[in-house]
Each structure stands twice: as C-alpha cells, then as structure tokens.
Ligand binder design. Structure first.
Ligand code: ZN
Ligand code: ZN
Length: 363
C-alpha cells in the first residue's frame, strides 16, 4: 500500500519549493507533516530532506514500526544512538547544508535555541507552509481513507439515534459514538466529541458534559473518526422529543444555507464566496449575528486544516480538496443548530462524503 500514497511525488514537490524559500534542505518536526511525507505515525520522529536524500530519524522504540510504515527505498532510517541535536548536527555538517528550512511553528523555544547553538555555520530559515499547502489537495489513496472515515461517522449517527432518550447524559452519547466508531475500524475519534443539548447547544464547541438530555432539547452532535491516519467530521442536530415551531424554523434556515452552499461548491470558486452563500441566507432571515464562525475548513490528516472556508480566505477551490460546510445559528439561553457535511471538490461538481439524513429527527 505504501506506493499508493505517492511519497516520492510529495517529496519531489517539497524539493521544488526549496529555491523559492532559499533553502538547501528542510528539517520537518511537525508529526502531521512527517506522516504526510513518510507514513511514519510514531510520536517521536524527525525528517531531514535534502536535495538528494531523505532521512527519517527516530529512536529504538519505533524502529520496527518505522520499517513497516515508511518507504525504505526513499528514506534512510536513522535510529538514534545519541541526542537528536547531535545527530542533526552530524547530518547537516556531512551534507554541507548552509541554509536549512525549519518549521518554527511546530517546535519549542528550547529546541530552536539548541538548533541555533549547535548549527552555528548553518542559516536557519523559518518555513511556514510548504507542506501544509501541498496537503490541501488530496490524492486518490487519501480520498479513499477519508471516505472510509466519513462512512464510519455516518454509521455512528445511525447508531446513536437509537441510543438517545431523555435521561441519558451527554457524556454517554459521546462515549457511545466513540466506542461504536472504534468497533467499526476507527483508530480514534478525530477530536473530542461534541454533544451539547438544551441551552448548551448554543456553545459551538460544547464538548460533552454530565448534563442529562431532556424532552424538548436540541442536541448538537459533532464528531468524526480517524481511519488510517485520515479524519472525518460531521455535525447533526436532533430534537429530544417533539420539536417546537421555533426549533423547526431555525433548523430549516440552517439547512437551507447548508444545502445551498453545498450545491455551490465548484472548481475555482473562491472559499470566501462560498462562505457568503450560506451567510447571506442566514442574514436574510435576521440571524447573521448568530452565525459567528466561518463556514468550514479543510479535512485530512488533521480534522481542521487549510483551506479555511471563511470570509477572509484567499483560496479558490480545486479538484481533490476536501472541505466541510457547517453553518449554524446559536442563541444564548435557547440553544443552537449546526449541520455539517464533508464535500470533495471534483471537476464534475461537489461530491458529498457524509450522507446521514438531514431531516429534523424527533427522537
Ligand atoms: Zn465538526
Ligand atoms: Zn468541522
């Protein structure tokens, strides 16, 4: 399966960026970027990428795992027998690297100081987004994994609907979703599951609490699975018991905004424009100030990654991007509604990856 991830191509693309950033090599310390480039999923690893060579550096705890996960015809596996900083110094000196790109966004001040002290003949260049930008467009194998993660989330929604009833705690809802997803092959939940009911549904990021569900509550559930390193993300809002007229009205507004934005997804569409498709609808009903977050975000190895689907985004959609569309209305003291789907951008139009029902369920 290793070849299907196209590691060679990904690494080639990073190297193509060296000149533009005026670097000869790059030290990659963000575990997410290391996984993207090599498949290594251990928590202690470093990648040093030069124009010719690629090193994956880890310690003995991860030796066997690295041998299984990384393409050994591309990477030289280095098992640490000394301190990491000494090994980096060795490699940088042996390769005669004078300009080294580093991911300053993902390292401690201590580690940065160590690099500075030990690589005194090498210029450290802060490189911010080479790999993050590559990650925006997914390849075929990545899309297969994301689709599977989305499928697991859909199955979990079907399951949880049968579990919800008055008296059940939000904690239990979240735990049941996670347990179910793991039994279906997820390695974990893609983030702390949100199960926010009643007044708490007005909290856009209301992680589950010990509050019990009661009749008449709106219940916002936002969750996702990680499958082979790739995430899904879905939100559904249901009513415990019978929905009131106001709940139905607000739900319909959010649903209209969500559906219209999904339909508007197209190659070359600016993300900022997509955000306004949904926002304009919600504003037209007078709830503009109750939709305080952006419309969506990219999903991949991380559940939130570029591109931001927001007012200020400068990204245009292109084939292979996977984004979420998740408008919401949140009213303090009353509750909230959010509906979220993941969508793959293709030349043929939007392909919605999460397919759980969006009818307002009264449970
Ligand atoms: Zn979500
Ligand atoms: Zn989301």
């Amino acid at each position: 399966m290793i070849w299907e991830m196209n590691y060679e191509r990904k690494i080639g693309k990073v190297r193509e960026k060296f000149e533009e950033h005026n670097i000869e090599a790059m030290l990659i310390t963000n575990p997410t970027n290391i996984f993207y480039l090599s498949g290594f999923s251990g928590s202690a690893g470093y990648v040093l990428l030069t124009a010719e060579k690629a090193y994956l550096i880890t310690d003995f705890r991860y030796e066997e795992q690295a041998q299984k996960e990384i393409p050994l015809h591309i990477f030289e596996l280095v098992i640490l027998s000394t301190k990491i900083i000494d090994k980096i110094k060795d490699l940088v000196e042996n390769e005669n690297i004078k300009k080294l790109g580093i991911e300053t966004k993902y390292m401690t001040v201590d580690f940065y100081n160590e690099l500075n002290k030990n690589l005194s003949h090498c210029n450290l260049v802060s490189v911010k987004s080479i790999i993050e930008e590559l990650r925006i467009v997914k390849n075929e194998e990545e899309i297969i994994r994301i689709k599977k993660a989305a499928k697991i989330a859909d199955l979990a929604f079907k399951h949880i609907v049968k579990f919800i009833k008055p008296g059940v705690k939000e904690f239990e809802v979240a735990a049941e979703i996670e347990y179910f997803m793991r039994r279906k092959g997820a390695s974990k939940a893609s983030f702390d599951i949100i199960a926010a009911s009643g007044e708490r549904a007005a909290l856009p990021h209301g992680t589950a609490s010990e509050k019990e569900l009661k009749k008449g509550d709106l219940l916002v559930m936002d969750f996702g699975a990680v499958y082979k390193g790739y995430c899904s993300d879905i939100t559904r809002t249901v009513v415990v018991g019978k929905a009131s007229e106001e709940q139905c009205n607000i739900y319909d507004i959010v649903l209209e905004a969500q559906k219209r934005a999904l339909q508007a997804v197209a190659v070359n569409m600016p993300c900022s424009e997509l955000d306004s498709v949904a926002r304009n609808i919600i504003e037209s009903y007078g709830y503009g100030d109750k939709f305080g977050h952006s419309l969506g975000h990219g999903v991949g190895i991380e559940v939130h990654e570029p591109p931001a689907v927001s007012k200020n985004s400068t990204v245009n959609l292109s084939p292979g991007m996977v984004i979420t569309i998740e408008p919401g209305i949140y009213i303090e003291g009353w509750g909230g509604v959010r509906i979220e789907d993941m969508v793959l951008v293709t030349e043929q139009g939007p392909q919605v990856l999460t397919t759980s029902t969006k009818e307002l369920l009264e449970i």
